[in-house]
Design a protein around this ligand. Structure first.
Ligand code: PRP
Length: 207
């Protein structure tokens, strides 16, 4: 499985803002949006482009656009904070939605919402979720997508735990990961260490 850690001074600066416990909800959302811009930029680096002739004010030349724009799928709640920024970068993208809440005791994801196109064959999919912790939510999400025919999924996570990366790898699902950091470990409560806490709470306040 391809895991690309976008280790750039600006990604690390935004991630540090998000990690800092003193960062308030508004500043956290702003840093998440800026980091999303950089992760989407990396995620589309190898995207197929279509050529089309264009005229500049001076001459005729070749223009480019994404040949097959991805479906963007934020995983609610926390992924919602990445959705708008991703859509600004790829305005022609369609967007689907999945809502999951992780049970704090069992750490199992409980689905509560799903709104997706029926047929995802030949559609690249970008799943947007700030956190890959145990990997349970991401595996659940990608299974829903593959049941609809998806075969090319990119998990865009600001932060990952090694346990979540391993679980995704062992799942054998067709996924690659783009992240700003693979942290040290999960703690006994299923939080990433050092991590940034609960991304949903830090964006929107506690449930
Ligand atoms: C968090 C996070 C991921 C999930 C990661 O969401 O945004 O979706 O947990 O954990 P996992 O890899 O162990 O499954 P949460 O369920 O807390 O919901 P929220 O986004 O509504 O806060």
């Amino acid at each position: 499985m391809d895991v690309r850690v976008v280790d750039h001074p600006l990604t690390q600066a935004r991630l540090s803002t998000m990690r800092d416990a003193r960062t308030d909800n508004a500043a956290f959302r702003a840093a998440l949006q800026e980091l999303t811009l950089m992760l989407i930029y990396e995620a589309t680096r190898d995207a197929e482009v279509a050529e089309e002739p264009i005229h500049t004010p001076v001459a005729r030349t070749t223009g480019y656009r994404l040949a097959n724009p991805p479906l963007l799928v934020p995983v609610l709640r926390a992924g919602l904070g990445m959705a708008d920024q991703a859509h600004r970068l790829i305005p022609e993208a369609r967007m689907g939605f999945i809502g999951l809440a992780r049970d704090e005791r069992t750490l199992q994801p409980t689905p509560y919402m799903e709104s997706l196109p029926d047929d995802l064959s030949n559609v690249p999919v970008f799943v947007l979720d700030p956190m890959l912790a145990t990997g349970g939510s991401m595996v659940h999400t990608i299974r829903i997508l593959t049941e609809r025919g998806a075969g090319d999924v990119t998990a865009i996570c600001t932060l990952a735990a090694p346990e979540g990366v391993d679980r995704l790898e062992r799942s054998g699902l067709p996924v690659r990961v783009i992240t700003a950091s693979v942290d040290e470990r999960l703690n006994e409560s299923g939080f990433i260490v050092p991590g940034l806490g609960d991304a949903g709470d830090r964006e929107y306040g506690p449930r």
